[in-house]
Design a protein around this ligand. Structure first.
Ligand SMILES: Cc1cc2nc3c(=O)[nH]c(=O)nc-3n(C[C@H](O)[C@H](O)[C@H](O)COP(=O)(O)O)c2cc1C
Length: 371
């Protein structure tokens, strides 16, 4: 049997295999940000399908971090009972579940419908990658957000999540702080790498204080921006090393700020050959060679044999997939019975288009299309 199907331990968290469902925003929370019946069904299908660890979609920890009306919240205690229902369903089916703690920074354009301006580290004039109004976050607001991450983690633990994953990738607040392109601050939160990474470190410390030493705390980290002039890999790698040394129990390695769609994003499209798969493999290999903490590889993983090779070569510890699970939640069990099974997912990114248009998650291969 492939190494991928063997149980694996991250800190004290025992997984039935090395497959992870990478965080996937689904746009189907109810209008108060609570877990919906559709989400219970979706997570139950995933757990039934054999995946070891499910990472929830982005879940905002503070009201200024919300990106849509159908976005899950863990910003208050009332969210706990609904999460408990979801966790129970997943555990009954033998999978583990982590929650992804999130703040969207200036990507929270939805806030404008509530007459609130999104927050960002700095104002960037003539930004080719962003249009719209936002304002600079103040020092006291930064501490409020840090505290909210800690409180969110405390609630997650109370609800019964097996771990938390801090979202430190893609276009969102933590990446906005880490990138020298979007962070032009001249206070303790900007300038040197140490200052740009201070938000990540303070969030970790706040979480750790509230969940205790033994609770698994992960991060998805963007280690390079998708455009020239942004965060470069040497600093991304150094950040990964610093965060692992600080105490994060696992790192999922991904992109920082996005560049052009879709080549400069974390969801590259049309992965039609082996060469296009595992597009962050080199980053993982390099980071893994310097660290002892488990590394999750994500981004274009499609062939079982390639994933096996990556794990066997010690380039990563777990394989994390998103789009393939959208159309085939039973993927892991299917592979178990037929290792030559080809994925249905063609990385066409219609699922991403649906989310960008404010619709719920969707796949053209499984949902009849209205023309
Ligand atoms: C519809 C959709 C929603 C996503 N939502 C999230 C999310 O909530 N949090 C996150 O960190 N990444 C999110 N991602 C990125 C994925 O987790 C993953 O990093 C990326 O899609 C590459 O993996 P894949 O090739 O297996 O799809 C999303 C991707 C898609 C396609």
């Amino acid at each position: 049997m492939s190494i991928l199907f063997n149980p694996f331990k991250i800190q004290n968290l025992e997984l039935r295999n090395r497959f992870v469902r990478s965080a996937t925003y689904d746009g189907i929370a109810d209008e108060n940000g609570r877990v919906s019946d559709s989400q219970i069904k979706l997570f139950s299908d995933l757990a039934d399908g054999g995946v070891g660890l499910i990472i929830s979609g982005i879940t905002y920890v503070h009201h200024t971090g919300q990106i849509s009306p159908f976005h899950n919240s863990i910003a208050d205690d009332e969210s706990i009972p609904e999460f408990q229902k979801l966790i129970k369903v997943v555990h009954q089916r033998g999978a583990k579940i982590a929650i992804q703690l999130f703040h969207g920074g200036k990507e929270c354009k939805y806030l404008k419908t509530k007459n609130v301006l999104p927050l960002a580290p700095s104002i960037i004039n003539n930004d080719p990658y962003y249009s719209g109004e936002y304002r600079e976050i103040t020092d006291s607001e930064i501490w409020e957000v840090i505290n909210a991450f800690g409180d969110g983690a405390k609630r997650a633990k109370e609800a019964g999540f097996d771990a938390v994953q801090v979202h430190g990738a893609h276009a969102y607040l933590l990446s906005q702080f880490l990138s020298p392109f979007t962070n032009r601050r001249q206070d303790q939160w900007g300038g040197s790498l140490q200052n740009r990474l201070r938000l990540h470190c303070e969030i970790y410390k706040n979480i750790r204080e509230k969940v205790g030493e033994d609770y698994p705390v992960f991060i998805k980290l963007g280690v390079e921006d998708g455009f020239f002039g942004g965060l470069q890999f040497d600093e991304g790698k150094e950040s990964a090393i610093l965060l692992a040394k600080l105490g994060f129990d696992s790192l999922e390695i991904s992109l920082g700020l996005r560049g052009n769609r879709y080549e400069g994003t974390e969801y590259k499209s049309h992965i039609t050959s082996l060469e296009k798969e595992a597009y962050y493999r080199a980053w993982c290999r390099e980071i893994k060679s310097q660290l002892d903490v488990p590394i999750m590889i994500v981004g274009g993983l499609r062939s079982l044999a390639l994933m096996e090779e990556i794990i066997q070569n010690n380039e990563a510890d777990c394989v994390s997939l998103c789009r393939p699970f959208i159309c085939e939640p039973s993927l892991v069990n299917d592979w178990k019975t037929n290792k030559h099974k080809k994925l249905k997912c063609i990385s066409c990114n219609k699922c991403v288009d649906a989310i960008y248009k404010g619709r719920q998650i969707d796949c053209i291969l499984t949902t009849p299309q209205v023309v």
